[in-house]
Design a protein around this ligand. Sequence first.
Ligand code: TTP
Ligand code: MG
Length: 363
Amino acid sequence: MAKKRKKKKRKVIFHLDLDAFFASVEMANNPEYKKVPLIVGGRTKKAVVSTCNYLARSFGIKAGMPIFKALELCPQATVLNANYELYEQYSDDFIKIIKKTFCRKCEQISIDECFLDVTKLIKKDMLPIKLAKIIQQTIFKKLKITVSIGISYNKFLAKMASDWHKPCGITVINKKDVEKKIWSLPINKMYFVGKATAIAMHELGIKTIGDLAKYENFKLLEAIFGSAWFDYYLNAHGFGDDFVSTNNSPPKSLSIQFTLPSQASNIQELEEWLKYLSQQLSQKTQFHGVFGHVVYVYLKCANRRMITKQISIKEPTDRYDIIYQHASFLLNEHYQRSENVRLIGIGLGKLTTKPCIRQRTIF
Ligand code: TTP
Ligand code: MG
């Protein structure tokens, strides 16, 4: 008799996203801020909102909005300059708590988000929602910050779910929910679909995730979006990657980017950002125990022009000064001085786990 093939069990993937992160850190440090609409951004004329607490959001204030406009909506709001070092500290603590207390299968994907593969933690007396509640309580007890949690069987759906009920929500998306919950969402709400991709989809008449799922001209999708089209299409049908990578598998490249609190067209200001990002990238690289052969810098300008430049370096590095030196060279070579920059990013590519011996030598 033919053996019955065992059905592969679906994984249980959590996506954790801290609520109003920068503003929440400020409120955790100064409870007075809980009582007021709070904006984190800059104080210059061109500054925009980096984030704001949920009280400020109730006035219609949103991330990316010019501060002056936010203050028109809510003149009594308190505006703070961002304190990035403090936010990085909270971010590190968040990940440490998760890894130490709950689950080592943790993949951090941004300053305030991570995926967890909790499949092995789920038991009869520890169902996903119960575990999610315990995680929320623990994070709040230790950091005084709330976290929203999305639960599903792959990373795409877990990420979509965490956005569903915020702040402090827990949302489960099962296979049967995909049509009901996901298909009606506008295409720009789809994880991985950036602004430019969403515009291109609109031109094809794809306005919702459901439109994409039902789209039949695959050749056209491939011609426009390259090989990425297939992932978008699979995701729209509820399929997707469920592998949560841990530190055991070193990344192929690492990068850090930031949408600037206000547009910058001043090279000194951009240099300052590069310095900050080089430090963060160096720390991230050291955390993963890897060394990069290529430094790259990318800038997104206000007119949507994307500048991406890279340079190979002789010895693979994880050092701040070397990363910054090369990034600064790229900036000075390729940045046209009058252009307004909205987003700046820096990365290390061709990563290896083996450092060059010479690099470690102390002179
Ligand atoms: P998000 O998680 O996108 O936003 P949030 O945590 O403020 O709000 P939500 O409750 O909706 O999750 O980003 C995390 C932090 O990163 C955010 O507090 C501010 C910062 N940030 C920027 O400064 N620029 C950006 O472009 C983005 C996306 C985030
Ligand atoms: Mg967040």
